[in-house]
Design a protein around this ligand. Structure first.
Ligand code: HSE
Length: 406
């Protein structure tokens, strides 16, 4: 019998407890032992909770129990998670977390601490919830030199953009739904402003490139300024609007990374990743392009990855992931990329745009014009548009194979 403890009993914590009961037989078979949930730390224990006898408000019940070998944490609070994680690893207890903020912020320190104490620190659920992507990146692709990662890693924003496109729903209305469904962060500005995606991208890139990437340095542009007109015009022009997290390693060993809305051509695999689904495409020198796809938020997908981590710990005893290296080099600026831009403007701007980009393509919707420029260095394109006195309603990046390959 292996005893585990759960810290945090919100949407994801409930998902973990439910999964441990629902699939107890299969989990025991795969783990080679029964996994028993012994304590649940929660700030708000409910008197009518069916797991009443497991609930505690005192962390000492967990850390003082030498029978507990694995601590599972699913809370949002960064400082509290940091304290629990340090305490757990220092006490020789393995730690499983879905907290991307914790890993993106303290990954270097905590992976070192875990290694020093010969315990596991696992966080598969921290990126793209139910999609197994970190372990495959660490393990199955470990013989490859990874050159790029690009994906949709925030379920809330993907859900909102899909609802705006498909149902013509307003942004706020779709966001409320994402909150109700348990996809959004406690403070959903982390989702809609792109910070949640930055944290996940930083984790992915730190693993992919063997070099700690500071998430705060990744330029983030969220979806709050994306309008229904942008989405409709993009669709007319043959593109889907997505919040894309991407990073690549340049031939000179520099990292370019950013999170921003991007127009993705309809024939690109990521264009059809809708609703709460996430997808991560990895470019590797030997395996080639590899795509991971699945549910990126919600109780059950997160629980799936968390309990998978627990089983891995129980079966392997320890998890020998690489310790993250702090090897600081500034990221390349966000406008250092090559590709076309999408411009929303009023119809009368069409001539000026065509003068500047004679091979650009245009579509109209009411009073709005959507225009795709010819590819170029983003910084230069923006300067040219401004110098030509074109009044723009919005400018968004457009996916370009050239950028992908750069
Ligand atoms: N708020 C996150 C999302 C939850 O929408 O993707 C999963 O990390």
């Amino acid at each position: 019998m292996k005893n585990i403890a759960l810290i945090g009993y919100g949407v994801v914590g409930h998902g973990v407890a439910d999964l441990l009961s629902k699939n107890a037989d299969i989990i025991a078979k795969r783990a080679g032992d029964q996994i028993r949930l012994k304590h649940i730390l929660t700030a708000r224990p409910r008197a009518d909770d069916p797991r009443q006898e497991l609930l505690t408000q005192n962390a000492d019940d967990i850390f003082g129990d030498c029978g507990v070998s694995v601590v599972v944490e699913c809370i949002n609070d960064l400082d509290a998670a940091y304290r629990y994680c340090r305490r757990s690893l220092s006490a020789g207890k393995h730690y499983v977390t879905s907290n991307k903020n914790l890993i993106a912020t303290y990954g270097v320190e905590l992976t070192e601490l875990a290694a020093r104490n010969s315990v596991a620190l696992m966080f598969e659920a921290s990126v793209a919830a139910g999609i197994p992507v970190l372990r495959p990146l660490c393990k199955c692709l470990s013989s490859n030199r990874v050159t790029g990662v690009m994906g949709i890693v925030n379920g809330t924003t993907n859900y909102i953009l899909t609802q705006m496109k498909r149902e013509g729903r307003a942004f706020d209305d779709a966001l409320r739904d994402a909150q109700r469904l348990g996809y959004a962060e406690t403070d959903p500005s982390a989702d809609v402003l792109g910070f949640d995606a930055c944290r996940k991208l930083a984790i992915l890139l730190s693993i992919a490139f063997d070099r700690y990437v500071r998430y705060k340095e990744i330029p983030a542009e969220g979806i709050t300024a994306v309008t229904s007109a942008d989405i409709t015009l993009a669709e007319r022009l043959g593109y889907s609007m997505k919040l894309i997290a991407m990073g690549r390693l340049t031939p000179s060993d520099r990292i370019y990374a950013r999170v921003s809305p991007l127009l993705i051509p309809h024939d690109h695999l990521l264009a059809s990743v809708d609703d709460v689904f996430n997808a991560v495409a990895v470019s590797a020198d030997t395996a080639g392009d590899v795509l991971f796809y699945g549910r990126g938020a919600g109780a059950e997908p997160s629980a799936s990855s968390i309990v998978g981590d627990v089983i891995d710990i129980v079966t392997s005893g320890r998890y020998n992931d690489p310790v993250w290296r702090e090897d600081y080099r500034p990221l390349l600026p966000a406008d250092e990329n090559v590709g076309p831009l999408f411009v929303r403007a009023s119809l009368p701007e069409r001539e000026k745009l065509l003068q500047l980009f004679p091979e650009g393509i245009a579509a109209a919707e009411g009073e709005n014009l959507g225009f795709i420029t010819t590819p170029g260095l983003e910084r230069k394109l923006r300067e040219d548009i401004q110098a030509a006195g074109i009044e723009t309603g919005a400018i968004w990046r457009v996916f370009s194979r050239a950028e992908d390959d750069a």
